[in-house]
Design a protein around this ligand. Structure first.
Ligand SMILES: *Cc1c(COP(=O)(O)O)cnc(C)c1O
Length: 370
């Protein structure tokens, strides 16, 4: 028996590289922004960043300034955009590191340019087209672009990009958002701005809405090899899931018919059988909601979680299969290699594959392979 980590997410950096290359070729945009926020959707921000850059990403996107600074500290030197800021955000350190700032209001713009520093801040102005989150509302767009143009003339800021974010509510809603965005871009040009990149599409629109690709797409989920669509698998999109979540079986126990499994006995053995114990639980991000449902592959066969997922572990009823302590239990990975998928876990837990991979906790060792 080999001794490996108790809980392991194997991250295939080559898969991320492949996915970026495939998505970039399909979108065919001048620039490609790979979104590596939230620790690279649980894959490791640095691993994701390196894989994405190798695959041809020209910029990286994150939510928080701190995420951008971590990438800089690790030596990532491609342009990085951060777009979600605390009300009292201190932009100084990020600007000093050349991080590009997504700006949603005149207040943010003033707080960014009000401080002295040797570097001219580079910004992407965000216009709110309907999602109801960040971005300047239509009534605030005029003042924002006017102020940005004035500050740019004084060389106190450079407006490199204009962007917005789609709701994915329906084709019509997205088309309407694109129309509003294009109007906002026209307004910015009339105000004297000359942004190099307009970006609107995340993974779903990058694949499905050619007219929304503009100068750059901002792809997250797709670069990790997962499909944003309910009706199309990653394989159908030519994407390779980059994360395989696995653990060695920690114990096996022969039990009699009727034996309960885990807290509350929501599962009982129908006949004499074997319980295999998998050392992954909700502390590691395995949804408790997937109790009695989540798929697991052990020794080439598929089983399901038996009973409740606990904090650190869950049980699999493997019947009479010859499962041994130390055998590898795979929760999800690449279906082309026989693994269940993160999307199946999402379905079992009534959520989306984004959440399944992103919530995998720190107790799970990340093993990086090419
Ligand atoms: C997270 C995020 C993305 C990436 O979305 P995916 O659906 O994962 O491709 C793009 N843009 C913004 C503003 C985001 O917050």
């Amino acid at each position: 028996m080999t001794t490996g980590p108790t809980r392991e997410a194997v991250i295939d950096r080559g898969a991320i590289e492949h996915n970026v290359r495939a998505l970039r070729a399909a979108a065919h945009t001048r620039e490609f922004i790979a979104v590596v926020k939230a620790d690279g959707y649980g894959h490791g921000a640095l691993t994701a960043a390196r894989g994405a850059v190798a695959g041809g990403a020209s910029r990286l996107g994150v939510a928080d300034l701190a995420e951008a600074l971590e990438l800089r500290a690790a030596g990532i030197d491609v342009p990085i955009i951060a777009w979600l800021h605390a009300p009292d955000a201190d932009f100084g350190p990020a600007v000093a590191e050349g991080v590009e700032i997504g700006i949603s209001s005149v207040d943010q713009l003033r707080s960014l340019t009000g401080r002295s520093g040797s570097r001219t801040p580079v910004v992407h102005l965000k216009f709110e087209t309907g999602l109801g989150r960040g971005g300047a509302a239509p009534a605030d767009w005029g003042p924002l672009i006017a102020e940005a143009a004035r500050l740019e003339r004084e060389e106190r800021v450079r407006v490199d990009g204009l962007f917005s974010h789609l709701s994915g509510a329906s084709r019509r809603d997205d088309a309407r958002q694109l129309e509003l965005f294009n109007d906002a871009v026209s307004g910015a040009k009339i105000a004297g701005l000359t942004p190099r990149i307009r970006h609107l599409a995340a993974t779903a629109a990058a694949i499905d809405m050619p007219e929304a690709r503009l100068d750059a797409v901002r792809a997250g989920i797709g670069i990790y090899g997962l499909s944003p669509f309910a009706d199309r698998s990653s394989a159908a999109l030519g994407l390779r899931p980059a994360m395989t979540l696995q653990a060695p079986v920690a114990a096996v126990r022969r039990v009699r018919a009727g034996h309960g499994a885990s807290y509350g006995y929501t599962y009982r053995a129908e006949r004499d059988t074997t319980f295999a114990l998998v050392p992954l639980g909700y502390a590691d991000g395995i949804p408790r909601q997937a109790s009695n449902a989540g798929p697991v592959r052990i020794g080439g066969k598929r089983f399901r979680v038996a009973g409740r997922v606990a904090m650190d572990q869950f049980i699999v009823d493997v019947g009479d299969a010859p499962v041994l302590v130390g055998d590898r239990a795979v929760l999800f990975g690449d279906p082309l290699r026989g693994a269940p998928t993160a999307t199946e876990w999402a379905d079992a837990a009534d959520t989306i594959n984004y959440e399944i991979v992103t919530r995998i906790g720190n107790r799970v060792a990340r093993t990086i392979v090419e």
